[in-house]
Ligand binder design. Structure first.
Ligand code: ZN
Length: 532
């Protein structure tokens, strides 16, 4: 045998043995149903742990990139559960990846961690009452997602260990999701290269999933810095060049331009630096824009419009400019075969049973904020076909979009919040450390655990997912990062705000040793509603 033949032969032998070692488990439908019943029962046994984790993370109330308490708490717990942890992934101090098991398939569970500025709110109270005035809080409900994923993952790993099932479970956090600021970096660093499927969970006010893009936008988030020259604003204003003028003219320019942009665009901005005081011509000023569109080519085109208007503003004011990418997100695309399988599991679990107290809280809150009073959902979300791309009119974004374009991914909403709330608001925190959230988490964890059984014991599902991913989703559009080579994670975001509030918030961290629930610790009667 020649040397090259020998190499070929051993390569073949090696690949055969790898294939043998990592070959996925195949169950009959009956075996799979029995396995699902077993993991659902295991999830039910973790109700107390779920409540403690959820309430603890709620009490941390940390903002994006500053999730230090949350990540330390979760990774300590995952280490005790036998997961291997890699800390600080992709150059992000609060990001991590946790792994358990070995070989294929590799199933990754992701969900966000971070809170909302000025959203501090007492749970279980149906009107605005902050725990600490002005402090951040979980005004979206990101305190609950890791609980869904971890409870499901624990049930699965115990089952896999007992039954000798091959495969790897991966858990990861959506750090700074509110800034859409990390997931593209995870992708760039290669963390999803060997992953076969991603189950993403997100708090919702009902229970369900979808496929394709149901109406989400993607975006690029860009900070524009303008540079001029300072001068005394009264005695020698002609010596100055105002960077603030450039910020204002860029805003005026983009708002005129808005009329002539596609209806599916969304542009919004804040001024992050407008100078220091009126009698000093601002030598430096910055504004921060989100450019949203419904597909990658149009996001790029809208970003070019922004750059051109910035250039125009700089010309008019005799200033210079540069830009920093603060975050980015591709529009989410959810894998159809996997979504349908998850939907079957969601249907099998159904919605939790809401108590009279849960309904009283929901209705009182809906009345308080002037929303339609409907209480809590009674039916799961139907699976509906996504609108065609040309009909999408734009909406919110999630940077899990980037992941969904490199690995088959689904997005599951679990029912821990109250319907008809505005989002990114104190009212979205009201249910998030109450029995409503606790029950919704358990329902979500059960559905996730069942879908993981499908993924670990039905190789034909993985083939269908791959076929859809390759031949439908990415047939005409391949993933290209919106990040430029020079862009880096903006890990210092929110440092100031957390620095301002963290010490005071610490006094309100949930002490699970002392109190059964966080409601009990705060002395809140559930539910607390306005007296008539
Ligand atoms: Zn979110």
């Amino acid at each position: 045998m020649s040397l090259s033949k020998l190499v070929q032969f051993s390569a073949m032998f090696l690949s055969m043995s790898i294939a043998f070692e990592t070959s996925a488990t195949t169950f009959t439908p009956e075996q799979r149903a029995a396995a699902k019943a077993q993991v659902v029962a295991a999830v039910d046994k973790q109700k107390k742990l779920a409540q403690v984790m959820n309430d603890t993370i709620f009490s941390f109330g940390e903002l994006g990139f500053q999730e230090f308490e949350t990540s330390a708490y979760l990774t300590k717990m995952l280490t005790e559960e036998g997961f291997e942890i890699e800390q600080g992934i992709a150059g992000i101090p609060t990001a991590w990846i946790a792994k358990w098991g070995s070989g294929k398939p590799v199933i990754a569970l992701g969900t966000d961690l971070d809170g909302i500025p000025k959203a501090s709110q007492k749970p279980g109270v149906a009107y605005h009452e902050p725990i600490i005035e002005g402090a951040p809080g979980h005004g979206e409900g990101h305190n609950s997602g890791q609980v869904v994923n971890i409870i499901a993952a624990i049930a699965l790993k115990d089952y896999m260990a007992e039954n000798d099932i091959s495969g790897t479970i991966v858990l990861w956090p959506g750090v700074a999701e509110e800034q859409l600021a990390t997931k593209a970096y995870y992708v760039r660093a290669g963390y999803f290269n060997d992953v076969d499927a991603v189950l993403y969970s997100h708090v919702g006010s009902s229970f369900g999933t979808f496929y394709g893009n149901p109406g989400l936008s993607g975006l690029v988030s860009v900070k524009y810095n303008f540079y001029g020259e300072s001068a005394h604003s009264a005695s020698s204003p002609w010596r100055g060049r105002s960077a603030l003028d450039a910020v204002e003219l860029m805003s005026v320019g983009l708002n005129y331009r808005r009329e002539h942009l596609r209806l599916s665009q969304r542009i919004h901005s804040v001024i992050v630096d407008g100078g220091d005081q009126p009698n000093v011509v601002p030598p430096k000023a910055s504004s921060w824009y989100f450019f949203r569109e419904v597909d990658y080519p149009h996001i790029k085109a809208l970003w070019e419009v922004g750059d051109k208007v910035a250039e125009g503003a700089a010309l008019m004011t005799n200033t210079t400019w540069d830009s920093v990418v603060m975050g980015s997100a591709w529009p989410l695309h959810s894998n159809k075969p996997l979504a349908y399988r998850a939907f079957e599991n969601i249907k099998a679990i159904g919605l939790p049973e809401w108590s009279e107290d849960d309904l009283t809280l929901a209705k009182a809150l809906q009345k308080e904020i002037g929303a339609e009073v409907i209480g809590l959902p009674e039916e799961i979300m139907p699976m509906v076909a996504p609108p065609p791309l040309e009909k999408l009119t734009g909406g919110g974004s999630d940077d899990v979009g980037d992941i969904s374009w490199v690995v088959p991914t689904i997005f599951m909403l679990y029912p821990s919040n109250i319907p008809n709330l505005p989002g990114h608001n104190w009212s979205n925190a009201v249910s998030m450390a109450t029995p409503i959230a606790h029950k919704g988490i358990i329902a979500g964890a059960k559905a996730h655990a069942m879908t993981m059984i499908d993924l670990f014991t039905d190789p034909s599902l993985l083939e269908e997912m791959d076929d859809y991913f390759t031949n439908t989703q990415t047939k005409d559009l391949k993933y290209e990062s919106l990040l430029r080579e020079k862009d880096t994670p903006q890990i210092h975001l929110n440092e100031d705000i957390m620095g301002q509030y963290r010490d005071r918030m610490r006094e309100f961290y949930y002490d699970a040793e002392k109190y059964d629930t966080y409601l009990q610790q705060l002395g809140i009667d559930y539910p607390t509603i306005r007296s008539e």
